[in-house]
Design a protein around this ligand. Structure first.
Ligand SMILES: NC(=O)c1ccc[n+]([C@@H]2O[C@H](COP(=O)([O-])OP(=O)(O)OC[C@H]3O[C@@H](n4cnc5c(N)ncnc54)[C@H](OP(=O)(O)O)[C@@H]3O)[C@@H](O)[C@H]2O)c1
Length: 325
C-alpha cells in the first residue's frame, strides 16, 4: 500500500511507519520536520505545516491516509478535503475522550459525544475530546464510507512522550513501598502503541471502514492486576500500598497526573469502554508483561515529563502520612 502518514515521528506514528515498512508498504510522511527528523532515512518525507499550505500533497495519490496529528476540525477539514480525490481511504486517530459522559462503563461507538461550546472553539486543553469528535465529523463528511475512525484509550509503550504508563513501570522497577490508588479493583485500560499500529494496518489492508474504540486488554483488568503483572514482568520486590479517595483528596494528590491511569470516579468509564467491536474486527493485544518489560528497557534512566507521577520525596511523605492516619 502507498500510505500517506500525516505525522509519523513521535510515538504512535513512529510505530505505524516502522510496522508499515516491515510489512513492505510504502509510507510517505508529511510533517514539519521538527520531531525526530533523523528517523526513517530512505522514506519519502514531505515537509509542511498542516495548518498552512498543503502544496507538497498536490498531484499525488495514495491508497490510504493515516492522520495521527489532527486536533482541530478546521485543520483536519483542510487535509480531508484536499485528499478526497487523492486517497482511497482516510484513517483518523481520534480518542475515547470524545465521549460526553466519562463516568459510565461499557460505552460503545454509538455513545453520545461531547459537544463543542461554540463552533469556533479551538481550546485544545479544555475541549480536547469535543474537538476530536468534530475532527471525526470532518473526515466522515469528506470520505463517507471510505473513512476509518479509531478511538484509542491511553496509548502506551516505548517512545510514549507522556510518561503516564512509564511512571508505573519505572516506579515498580525501583521497588519498595509504592503508593497506589484507592482500590486494587479500580479498572484500567490501555493499548500498546505497537498493537494499535498493527491493527491500523490490518484494517487498511482489509479495506475496513467505520468507527472503532481501540484499547485493551481484551478482558477487564484491575489496577491490582496491572501492578502485579508489572511487578512479575520486572521481577521487582515492590509492595503496593492501597490508599483511599478521602486520603488522596486530603493531601491533594491529583488523579491521572500524580497517579497516572487512575482517573478517579468521575472518569472511571474511560477505563471501561466497550472493546467488543474492535475485538470482533481483529484487534489483538500483546501480554501486559511484554509491554511492561519493553517500556522498562526503553525508559531505563530516563526522566519523566515534569509533573507526571509522584516525586520520591512526595511519595515518601504520603506513605508516612498513610501509615500514621
Ligand atoms: N497518547 C495517548 O494516550 C492518546 C490517547 C488517545 C488518542 N491519542 C491520539 O493519538 C495520536 C498520537 O499522536 P502521536 O504524537 O503519537 O503521533 P505521531 O505521528 O507519532 O507524532 C506526531 C507527528 O505530527 C507531526 N506534526 C505535529 N504538528 C504538525 C503540524 N502542524 N503540521 C504537520 N505535522 C505536524 C509531528 O512532526 P513535526 O513536529 O516534525 O511536525 C510528528 O511527526 C494523537 O492524535 C492523539 O490525539 C493519544
Amino acid at each position: 500500500m502507498k500510505l500517506l502518514v500525516l505525522g509519523g515521528t513521535r510515538f504512535l506514528g513512529r510505530h505505524l511507519v516502522e510496522a508499515a515498512l516491515a510489512r513492505g508498504h510504502e509510507p510517505t510522511l508529511f510533517n514539519r520536520g521538527r520531531t525526530a527528523p533523523e528517523l526513517f532515512g530512505g522514506v519519502e518525507r514531505l515537509c509542511g505545516e498542516r495548518d498552512g499550505e498543503l502544496t507538497p500533497l498536490r498531484g499525488r495519490s495514495w491508497d490510504a491516509v493515516v492522520d495521527t496529528c489532527g486536533y482541530l476540525p478546521r485543520v483536519v477539514r483542510r487535509s480531508a478535503q484536499a485528499l478526497r480525490e487523492a486517497a482511497a481511504r482516510y484513517l483518523f486517530i481520534s480518542s475515547v475522550s470524545v465521549y460526553a459522559d466519562p463516568s459510565s462503563p461499557g460505552q460503545d461507538e454509538q455513545a453520545a459525544r461531547a459537544p463543542l461550546p461554540s463552533a469556533d472553539c479551538e481550546d485544545i486543553p479544555a475541549h480536547y475530546g469535543a474537538l476530536k469528535a468534530a475532527c471525526e465529523d470532518e473526515v466522515l463528511a469528506a470520505f463517507g464510507t471510505r473513512a476509518l475512525v479509531l478511538r484509542p484509550g491511553l496509548i502506551v509503550g516505548p517512545h510514549d512522550p507522556t510518561g503516564r504508563f512509564t511512571y508505573w513501570v519505572q516506579r515498580v522497577a525501583r521497588g519498595g513501598a509504592v503508593l497506589a490508588p484507592p482500590s486494587p479493583d479500580y479498572p484500567v485500560q490501555f493499548i500498546d502503541a505497537r498493537d494499535l499500529a498493527a491493527w491500523t494496518l490490518d484494517l487498511l489492508e482489509r479495506g475496513g471502514a467505520g468507527v472503532f474504540n481501540a484499547s485493551g486488554p481484551a478482558a477487564p483488568l484491575t489496577f491490582g492486576e496491572f501492578l502485579e503483572g508489572c511487578r512479575r514482568a520486572l521481577g521487582s520486590p515492590a509492595e503496593f500500598v492501597w490508599t483511599d479517595a478521602r486520603f488522596l483528596d486530603r493531601y491533594r494528590v491529583a488523579p491521572w497526573t500524580e497517579l497516572p491511569l487512575y482517573a478517579g470516579d468521575d472518569s472511571r468509564g474511560m477505563n471501561e469502554i466497550s472493546l467488543a467491536r474492535a475485538l470482533s474486527a481483529g484487534l489483538r493485544l500483546r501480554p501486559l508483561g511484554q509491554t511492561c518489560a519493553d517500556t522498562a528497557r526503553w525508559a531505563c534512566g530516563m526522566a519523566l515529563p515534569e509533573g507526571v507521577g509522584l516525586a520520591p520525596a512526595r511519595e515518601e511523605q504520603l506513605l508516612r502520612a498513610w501509615q500514621a492516619r
